[in-house]
Design a protein around this ligand. Structure first.
Ligand SMILES: C[S@@+](CC[C@H](N)C(=O)[O-])C[C@H]1O[C@@H](n2cnc3c(N)ncnc32)[C@H](O)[C@@H]1O
Length: 246
C-alpha cells in the first residue's frame, strides 16, 4: 500500500475515534451531573431547553451552582426578583431565566460594550480591554436569543445610571458579571441592601487576574457581616448569601 494511503487511513481513523468519543460523551457522559439534578430530570422537573443548555455549557460547576441556589430560593420561598449585571449576548441570562421563568428578571448592560470611562481606571487583565470588547451585541439579538416571557425587563445603558423606577423591588438572586471595578462596586452597593434574607449575589471572576473585581468585592466585604463564599467554578466566583437580619 502506498505511503500516502496509509497516512490517509490513519488520519481518517483518528477523526473517527475523536468523533465517536464526542458523540459518546454527548449521550452517556453524566460525570458532571449532580445526583439531585439527575433525579429532578427523571421526575420531568427540568425543561427540555434547560437540559439542552446544560449539555452545551462548558463551566458545569458554575451552571450547577446557579441551579442549586435558585432551587434553594424557590424551596425556601425567598421573595424577590432576579437580576443580572453584565449580560452581553444573554448566554448566562437565558439559563438563569429557564431555572425560574416565573421570577421577574432585570437585565443590566450597555448592550454596546464596555464604557470608556470605567476602562481607564482598570489594572490587571481588564486593562487590556477596549470599548470594542463585548460590543457585538444589541437588545434585539439578546431578546431573540433568550426567547423568554414577559418577566424579562431590559435596563440598557450605563450602570448605575440605569437604576430607575424600581420602587420597593427586592431581589433574591443577582448574577454579577461586569468584569470591571466601577460597575461591580456600584452593583454591590445597590443590590446588597435590597437583597432578601437568604437571597444571594454571585460575583464572577473573583481571581488574581481581575484586580478591579477583587478590589471592589474585598472593599465591600469589609462593610458587611457575611463571609464571601468561594465557588469552585472555572473563573472563581464568590457568593454573598444575605443573613437573616442582615
Ligand atoms: C463578561 S460580559 C457578560 C457575560 C455574560 N454574563 C455571559 O455569561 O454570557 C461583561 C458585560 O458587562 C457589561 N458592562 C460592563 N460595565 C458596565 C456598566 N458600567 N454598565 C453596563 N454594562 C456594563 C459589558 O457591556 C459586557 O457586556
Amino acid at each position: 500500500m502506498p505511503l500516502f494511503q496509509i497516512i490517509n487511513f490513519i488520519i481518517i481513523l483518528i477523526v473517527l475515534v475523536i468523533l465517536a468519543r464526542y458523540v459518546w460523551g454527548m449521550i452517556f457522559d453524566k460525570n458532571y451531573q449532580p445526583v439531585e439534578w439527575q433525579h429532578s430530570d427523571k421526575l420531568g422537573l427540568i425543561s427540555r431547553e434547560l437540559l439542552r443548555h446544560e449539555k452545551r455549557y462548558a463551566d458545569k460547576v458554575r451552571f450547577f451552582n446557579w441551579w442549586f441556589q435558585i432551587e434553594r430560593i424557590r424551596k425556601e420561598k425567598i421573595p424577590g426578583a432576579f437580576a443580572e449585571l453584565g449580560v452581553y449576548k444573554g448566554d448566562s441570562a437565558a439559563i438563569i431565566h429557564l431555572m425560574d421563568p416565573d421570577r421577574k428578571f432585570y437585565l443590566f448592560d450597555t448592550f454596546s460594550g464596555f464604557p470608556e470611562k470605567d476602562l481607564r481606571e482598570e489594572t490587571g487583565e481588564a486593562a487590556s480591554y477596549t470599548s470594542g470588547n463585548f460590543a457585538d451585541t444589541n437588545i434585539e439579538k439578546v431578546r431573540y436569543s433568550i426567547n423568554g416571557n414577559d418577566n424579562i425587563i431590559f435596563c440598557p445603558g450605563y450602570f448605575p445610571d440605569t437604576i430607575r423606577d424600581l420602587g420597593n423591588e427586592v431581589f433574591s438572586f443577582v448574577n454579577m458579571d461586569a468584569d470591571l471595578y466601577n460597575p461591580t462596586k456600584a452593583g454591590l452597593e445597590f443590590f446588597y441592601p435590597r437583597l432578601s434574607p437568604g437571597g444571594v449575589i454571585v460575583i464572577h471572576d473573583y481571581n488574581y487576574k481581575w484586580e478591579g473585581i477583587r478590589r471592589a468585592v474585598d472593599e465591600f466585604a469589609e462593610s458587611i457581616p457575611e463571609s464571601l463564599i468561594p465557588v469552585a467554578d472555572m473563573e472563581g466566583s464568590v457568593m454573598i448569601v444575605k443573613s437573616v437580619g442582615g
